[in-house]
Design a protein around this ligand. Structure first.
Ligand code: SIN
Length: 479
């Protein structure tokens, strides 16, 4: 099966645009493919197709929807190696990580195929003798999904699988930097047997035009977005006139706290996993590493060694831990925060610069010690392989530091005292907290943030709620 697709997938057809644009490999800038560029009108056509298909799909029984979703899952697993290669070519992450993403992404499809059967309503005791009350849950309608380049496959399935399981139809706008993984998923969806119009993928270089159509079009009843807080706010504003249901998975500024009583080796391992996954380009990556004074130097020594052991290079090669960053402006942005930290008294322990040629997107895994609150590494989402290390003395101090941000996505801490574990976990103003682990992402748990990191939960038994409406029925005259 050929999974390298360059046309968009609308109403069960592969569709061309008026022009094309290039998708390049961030490791060596080579051309991976030229894809067809969809217009705003073509996006509108896709929304109409999804609207028409909704009339059919919403009537499918849970078992029927589950069967097709399960087939889609099986096909993703069968072609996992090919999907992973495509993902590494367009995104740059190491192949083993890409394979991990494909399996992680597919697991949402399997999970929600099962959850489709459990969309239960309630029977509520009536408020009068002759009244009975029931509730049912119904699909919201057409869902628009705007997904990010850092997880070109899994962020699609994490939104689309619950939407489809609920009975919604979808129009997906993948990022222009990494559309090929999305189109490969469309090919597999086609093979799985979804009726035309149930899944539509609109690839376009005109992100803001497509976003405007998705927000303004009254046929779209729900918008789900993963990306920056800045863009999330724009999409929310644009969705006001149609009073759309929205869910937002936005930026983060994750604290990772290591207390004096932590297992230092485990904390080093957890911090490396959380910080350097996808070259630091995930919204749950550790952003600020806080280490308590009593173990600071011992931790720093071990952490530095672990960072120096990371291999950076072409994600397609065996043994590589860190691939290129996604594009030039991402490298420029990390260069800026590193310079700012060093100008303000931070100490460069390792890394700090680009690796290779002038136009290379590889950035050396970096540690900055003696980091302070006034630095950009404290307030900005770094989104790159930089660890700023802050020394702290007390629990109260670190809680205040950790919460001093508008973001509230993920937080992590290592320590042993169980009373402190409860206190700290409760005090951290974040949607997700990793306790003695740096890896929190899983299909079975609710992923999502609070504050300016957004709202809505993806994955888990809660993941379908965002795609369902509750209808209440009041039954009178029951004499
Ligand atoms: C993200 O960075 O948006 C998602 C990361 C994850 O699912 O672990």
């Amino acid at each position: 099966m050929n999974l390298l697709k360059t046309k968009s997938y609308i109403n069960g057809q592969w569709v061309s645009g008026k022009s094309r644009f290039a998708v390049t490999n961030p490791y060596d800038h080579s051309l991976v493919a030229e894809v067809e560029d969809m217009s705003r009108e073509q996006c509108r056509t896709a929304i109409q197709a999804a609207h028409d298909a909704f009339k059919i799909w919403k009537k499918y029984s849970a078992a029927e929807k589950a069967t097709i979703l399960k087939k889609w899952y099986d096909l993703q697993m069968e072609h996992a190696e090919t999907l992973a290669q495509l993902l590494t070519l367009e995104q740059g992450k190491p192949l083993t990580e890409a394979l991990g993403e494909i399996k992680y992404g597919a697991s949402f499809v399997e999970w929600f195929a099962e959850e489709a059967r459990r969309v239960y309503g309630d029977t509520i005791p009536g408020h009068k003798r002759n009244i009975r009350i029931t509730t049912i849950k119904q699909p919201v309608g057409v869902v628009a999904a705007i997904t990010p380049w850092n997880f070109p496959s899994a962020m699609i399935t994490r939104k689309v699988a619950p939407a489809l399981a609920a009975g919604c139809t979808v129009v997906i706008k993948p990022p222009e930097l990494t559309p090929l993984s999305a189109l490969a998923l469309a090919e597999l969806a086609d093979q799985a047997g979804f009726p035309p119009g149930v899944i539509n993928i609109v690839v376009s270089s005109q992100a803001s035009e497509i976003g405007k159509e998705m927000c303004a079009n009254p046929l779209v009843r729900k918008l789900s977005f993963t990306g920056s807080t800045r863009v999330g706010k724009i999409l929310m504003k644009q969705s006001v006139d149609t009073v759309k249901k929205v869910s937002m998975e936005l930026g983060g500024n994750a604290p990772f706290i290591v207390f004096d009583d932590a297992d230092i080796d485990a904390a080093v391992q957890g911090a490396i996993a959380s910080k350097y996954r996808n070259a630091g380009q995930t919204c749950v990556c550790t952003n600020r590493l806080f280490v308590q004074a009593g173990i600071h130097d011992a931790f720093l020594a071990k952490y530095t060694q672990a960072v120096k052991d990371l291999a950076i290079g072409n994600g397609m090669e065996e043994g590589i831990n860190i691939g290129p960053m996604i594009e030039e402006k991402a490298v420029v942005s990390v260069e800026k925060v590193v310079k700012d930290a060093l100008d303000k008294g931070g100490k460069l322990v390792t890394g700090g610069q680009r690796v290779g040629e002038e136009d290379s997107l590889l950035f050396a895994p970096t540690i900055i010690a003696d980091a302070q609150r006034g630095m950009q590494v404290f307030s900005n989402e770094i989104f790159g392989p930089i660890t700023p290390i802050f020394k702290f003395k007390t629990e109260e101090e670190v809680i205040e530091l950790a919460n001093d941000t508008p973001y509230g996505l993920a937080a992590y801490f290592y320590g042993k005292d169980y009373a402190k574990i409860w206190r700290v976990a409760e005090a951290l103003e974040y949607g997700m907290v990793g306790i003695n682990t740096g890896m929190i992402s899983t299909t079975v748990a609710p992923f999502g943030g609070i504050k300016e990191s957004g709202f809505g939960r993806e994955g888990s038994k809660y993941g379908m709620d965002d795609y369902l409406e509750i209808k209440y029925m009041c039954w009178g005259g029951v004499e």
